[in-house]
Design a protein around this ligand. Structure first.
Ligand code: GLU
Length: 585
């Protein structure tokens, strides 16, 4: 097995320069939605295996997962090992200081479960938490950096609960790969280095500077071996004491202290918030698409309902169209995505706090009606939310989400399947580094304003104990009740479009997995559409313009990691835009 240490840097200087120019252009025109910096584009190819496979965002994590699979571990066991390693080697994206959504197929019981390890808001918050004294909402980074944005982390509680049900190897054994790597050191990857250079306000706390930087402004170089003894000690405690050692005791005390004393902005998260955290098992949201059943994470993630709604609207249009060209597809995708996002922005919030019409949002009759708003030859000037069955009266809210996050897909030797998306929200989260790990800034996924201009309440407003709406879209696709595909991606709200296009390319166009994941991205979350830069011909762009579309062209930083499950083999592929690896045996 090759490790990332053997690999050449993944990007060329010319590409980096281009990206830097693009990034600053994006910053200037749109100060809120700044993408996580891209770190290059490399070739991706589909890898095959017979019995088991893992695809994660980093070679170290994939290797840890495969080691566990070889030792007879279940997909959940391997997922735990992968997550703990990712928190070390891809700390900007996910970790034990964050939250996650996971789908799990139990092959023996023929049962799909869906796990919610989303962060919760502290009990002490009120609806005005993100408003300044003058009543206006805080700026994004103003809110993100410091203790104010930290929600109660859910990853450890969720993984422990899933391990109790689906684990085969002892909990403590799953910590060994990450503990060893943290002690001996891992090599800083090109992507981690690029993000240390390009993300704003990373080195705002001494603990972060000391760990990631050689001096006040220079991040440690690519290839530097980085040891994290504090993380090793933290993991040892959780390996021995379980989630209790995380949510209570010294780790908990240190988290609370760091949040309350952060020099940038303090937060309200308390020891009691940590003790009372509970992950949840909820019914996955599933719907028919062509001959498949597509299943995703339900609210508080908007991923499942929105991905499914886009696909079903496209299916509806395509079935009434004799020839469906690539331009027809892109046009229809944009229109369907705009409609689905209008519903998502209006109706999805934490279902334990607001009533969410989950079934209505993916209802076939409702979506056929929504699709009838799409004209094949012309862009609709304006899209508004519809009225899905059992929908309450609501108003639209957008929340700024910056892409960080990580997705991994794993299949074990017994055919159990795991699809998990995990996040500390924006790259490097709240910038609070405590006991060797970063704390999330997931509270900034709430709407910053609690009410609309007419005073009506926003579904995704912040409330004590509530979970912020997410876009994370871990998916498992079934055919004849058998799992066929596990896939998902990071990318903030763009996750939804990344995953939906890939599903279409894989399931309908039958493209090779790596080709589908590599295909140019189309984004349409509202009135502005985006095309991945350099990936579409002028002819196609002109055809879209003729139908009334305008679009920004920009880099897209998906991290689509998928596994196709065929009769006698598994096929895996990692996104060429990040540095993931697919490996199996
Ligand atoms: N915070 C986002 C969410 O939960 C994910 C951010 C990302 O993908 O980078 O949907």
């Amino acid at each position: 097995m090759s490790s990332i240490a053997d690999k050449k840097p993944l990007f060329l200087p010319t590409i980096t320069l281009g990206l830097a120019v693009l990034c600053s252009a994006a910053l200037a025109s749109d100060p809120v939605i700044v993408p996580e910096a891209a770190s290059g584009f490399r070739a991706s190819h589909t890898v095959e295996a017979k019995s088991a496979m893992a695809v994660t965002a980093n070679a170290y994590a994939t290797e840890a997962a495969v080691k566990i699979l070889k030792a007879g571990g279940s997909a959940v066991d391997a997922g735990i090992a992968a997550q703990l390693v990712l928190g070390l080697v891809e700390p900007q994206s996910s970790g034990i200081g964050g939250g996650a959504f996971m789908l799990y197929w139990d092959a023996e019981k023929n049962k799909l479960s869906s796990w919610d390890g989303r962060e919760t808001a502290p009990q002490a918050v009120d609806e005005n938490y993100f408003l300044k004294a003058d009543g206006s909402p805080m700026g994004f980074f103003e809110a993100v950096v410091g203790g104010h944005s930290v929600g109660v982390p859910g990853v450890i509680a969720m993984l422990e609960a899933a391990h109790k049900k689906h684990g085969k190897l002892p909990w403590a054994d799953l910590f060994s790969p990450a503990i060893t790597l943290a002690k001996n050191g891992f090599v800083i990857s090109p992507r981690l280095h690029t993000l240390l250079v390009q993300m704003p306000k990373v080195a705002v706390n001494p603990a972060i500077s000391a760990y990631f930087f050689s001096d006040a402004t220079t991040p440690k170089a690519i290839g530097t071996r980085l040891k994290n003894p504090d993380y090793a000690a933290t993991l040892k405690k959780i390996a021995k004491g379980g989630s209790k050692a995380f949510y209570q005791g010294t780790i908990a005390k240190n988290m609370v202290k760091a949040i309350h004393s952060d020099p940038n902005r303090t937060g309200l998260l308390s020891a009691a918030d940590l003790v009372s955290y509970q992950s949840k098992e909820r019914a996955a949201v599933c719907a028919a698409f062509h001959t498949y059943q597509v299943c995703g994470a339900p609210p508080p993630s908007s991923g499942g309902t929105t991905v499914i709604a886009i696909l079903k609207m496209i299916e509806e249009i395509e079935k009434n169209t004799s020839t469906f060209t690539e331009a027809d597809f892109i046009h229809t995708f944009i229109e369907a995505s705009r409609l689905a996002f209008a519903d998502r922005n209006t109706y999805v919030g934490d279902p334990d706090f607001v009533s969410v019409p989950t079934a209505g949002l993916v209802d076939s009759t409702y979506l056929a009606k929504r699709a009838s708003l799409i004209k094949l030859d012309q862009r609709t000037p304006q899209t508004e939310a519809g009225k899905p069955p059992l929908a309450p009266q609501r108003i639209t809210s957008a929340s700024p989400e910056l892409p960080s996050t990580s997705h991994f897909s794993i299949v074990d030797t017994e055919g159990n399947v795991l699809s998990m998306t995990t996040s500390i929200e924006t790259a490097f989260g709240s910038r609070i580094f405590v006991d060797g790990f970063l704390l999330n800034n997931q509270l900034s996924d709430f709407s910053f304003t609690p009410t609309d201009s007419d005073g009506s309440k926003i579904a995704n407003r912040i409330q004590a104990g509530k979970r912020p709406r997410s876009s994370m879209s871990p998916i498992i696709v079934f055919k004849d009740h058998k799992p066929q595909l596990a896939i998902g991606s990071p990318g903030g709200a763009r996750i939804i479009d990344y995953v939906a296009t890939s599903l279409y390319r894989i399931l309908v166009e039958k493209q090779d997995l790596a080709a589908a994941i590599s295909a140019g991205h189309i984004i349409a979350m509202g009135d502005t559409s985006e095309l991945e830069i350099g990936r579409f011909t002028s002819e196609l762009k002109n055809q879209l313009k003729a139908r009334g579309h305008q679009f920004k062209e920009r880099d897209q930083t998906s991290g689509l990691h998928g596994i196709l499950i065929e009769d006698k083999k598994l096929k895996g592929a990692a996104d060429p835009r990040r540095e993931g690896q697919a490996l199996g045996f």
